[in-house]
Design a protein around this ligand. Structure first.
Ligand SMILES: Nc1ncnc2c1ncn2[C@@H]1O[C@H](COP(=O)(O)OP(=O)(O)OP(=O)(O)O)[C@@H](O)[C@H]1O
Ligand SMILES: [Mg+2]
Length: 339
């Protein structure tokens, strides 16, 4: 049984102009220790997928139409809010895309990590290295110490002193390290990281990604790394799922998918990657735009932009076909895609 199984998830989102069919049968299986990249252009439903797993989307505007999200075999969509809160705090943790929602500017950095640790320690005292019958004061002390330890673990020099600083006294890269510390303090089994390094410059981005992958590998934590950047995927993800307009069009081991992409959309994304000596083209070989999800095109949502599309493509959403072990592609013209 996979740790996380998103099973045929359909989701609609109410907006000003009408209801958008944002997720169209998302399929994803994540095992422990795997680092999955969830990639695709802006608006394709990456964040909504991540937020669904931790059930952080308001309903409304969101409406779950169909499908299940199984975490350890249990459907999070049918869990009561209390069970969900416990799961969120502990087993599933998240680093959000919007940096302003992440750190509280008026609280000391160490305190913020300690608060999370303290809260988790309420139900899971072992996280703090404590037994079940420990008093509040002891728990608070242990949480504070764990806050400092975590800062150390994510590479903040002089952690015991820096724990007393406020977020604005940290650089952007250090703040990102703090967020990682906060997300990992409860030893989660699944970390959902939504564009965690997008705001950083490239060198720093590489450092932080390496840190993140080192830490999760040590603890066997599974990761869903949301990114529009296939470079990030290539750097740290063991697996990748490419999304287009709310559907996973191709997925598999990173090396295989990036070396021999089969879906025309994956190929277009790869062709648009900046390379030395080649001018950067934003999907230059791919005319058109992401479809309107309030009135999505019938069948394969990529068909209107696809050079290979035929009338057969407009009949139904293509089912995913295994082209090799773990490599799935959702395209009915697979045989015709040149190698
Ligand atoms: N709170 C919301 N209310 C209404 N529509 C929303 C809301 N959040 C997202 N959407 C819509 O859902 C679709 C998917 O959005 P999502 O944020 O998941 O995209 P994304 O792949 O994460 O894009 P990006 O790379 O820009 O972060 C978009 O069409 C978006 O407009
Ligand atoms: Mg997003």
């Amino acid at each position: 049984m996979p740790l996380l199984h998103i099973d045929n998830l359909h989701l609609a989102m109410r907006s000003f102009d009408g209801e958008a069919h944002v997720l169209n049968g998302v399929e994803l299986k994540v095992d422990k220790g795997e680092i999955w990249g969830l990639a695709g252009e802006t608006g394709c439903g990456k964040s909504v997928t991540g937020l669904s797993v931790s059930r952080l989307l308001g309903t409304p505007p969101a409406r779950y139409l169909q499908g299940r999200i199984l975490f350890d075999g249990q459907d999070v969509l049918t869990m009561d809010e209390r069970a969900m809160r416990r799961l969120r705090g502990r087993a599933i943790s998240m680093i959000f895309q919007d940096p302003s929602t992440n750190l509280n500017p008026v609280l000391r950095v160490g305190e913020q990590i300690a608060d999370v640790a303290f809260e988790i320690g309420r139900h899971a005292p072992e996280v703090l290295g404590l037994g079940p019958q420990t008093g509040l004061a002891e728990r608070r002390r242990a949480a504070k110490q764990l806050g400092v330890d975590m800062l150390e673990r994510v590479g903040i020099p002089d952690a015991a002193r820096r724990a007393h600083d406020y977020p604005h006294q940290f650089s952007g890269g250090m703040r990102q390290r703090v967020l990682i510390a906060m997300a990992l303090v409860g030893q989660p089994r699944l970390l959902i990281a939504d564009e965690p390094t997008t705001a950083l410059d490239v060198t720093l981005q590489a450092q932080i990604l390496r840190l993140l992958s080192d830490l999760v590998k040590r603890s066997d934590t599974a990761v869903l790394m949301i990114t529009h950047n296939l470079g990030v995927v290539a750097q740290i993800c063991s697996h990748v799922a490419v999304m287009y307009a709310g559907h996973v069009v191709e997925s598999g081991r990173t090396r295989e998918v990036l070396r021999s992409p089969q879906h025309p959309y994956t190929r277009a994304l790869l062709a648009a990657l900046p390379r030395p000596g080649v001018p950067r083209g934003q999907l230059a070989n791919l005319p058109g735009r992401v479809p309107d999800l309030i009135r999505p095109p019938p069948g394969c949502r990529f068909a209107p932009r696809c050079a290979r599309a035929t009338s057969a493509c407009t009949v139904a959403t293509p089912a995913s076909v295994a082209v090799s072990d773990q490599h799935l592609v959702a395209c009915i013209h697979l045989d015709e895609v040149p190698p």
